[in-house]
Design a protein around this ligand. Sequence first.
Ligand code: ZN
Length: 252
Amino acid sequence: MISLLGRIAVLRSYPAPEPCVMQIEGQDIKLSFKRNGRCKRMIMRVAKDGSGLMMTLPKRTTQAEALRFAHASKTWVLKNISNRMSALAFEGGVAVPFRGEFHSIICPGGKRGLVQLDQLAKTIIVPGDPAHINRRLTDWFKQQAAKDLTLASEYYANAMNVEYSALTVRDQSSRWGSCSAARALSYSWRLVLAPRYVLDYVAAHEVAHIREMNHGPRFWRLVLTHCKHAKDARTWLKHEARDLHRYGVKVS
Ligand SMILES: [Zn+2]
């Protein structure tokens, strides 16, 4: 009985093709494949680090068909890969998201002064030597992130009746937040670029780990009880968050 079911499952869907490399206009592009029997047509995404493409294939699509599809979409492929890879340094004229809304960076030069946010005009003014803008604006974003994340973490610590031991804001590339066994919270400053409800959810998630050091049903019940926008925020993080890594040249 078990082996019969196993054979039926095999017959209904072919295994995904092995990863491969294809060339588009002299560029090597890595491709990896996933099979999804419920998919009606091919879905193509650029990998998080811009190194290649991830393709989801309907149950009978072959590797050759997938490669033809990718070649036929080569303008899209090249544009999206270069967008994903190109970091945007902070400098005058560049638009960066802050709390989910785009703001233009203005560098009037002159004497060094405080970074100013103009919420109405949607500008961030960074006076002083333009050579130091990247560092100064990164520092400013980190300060804003620390402020927002402290408020949100305190709110959820109160609501969930737990205490954290420390809170740090860093440029961690792999995770948006973490919570150690010693109840120390750590967050990525880039969360302040995302809409507020996303930063808020990450705080709820990490604070909930003080009570539940796992992602089991009790953990999720705790998060969802206190943070009504958790699902929306998770969807946003899944689809939009990788773009947040483009902004600012990395400074330690
Ligand atoms: Zn977690």
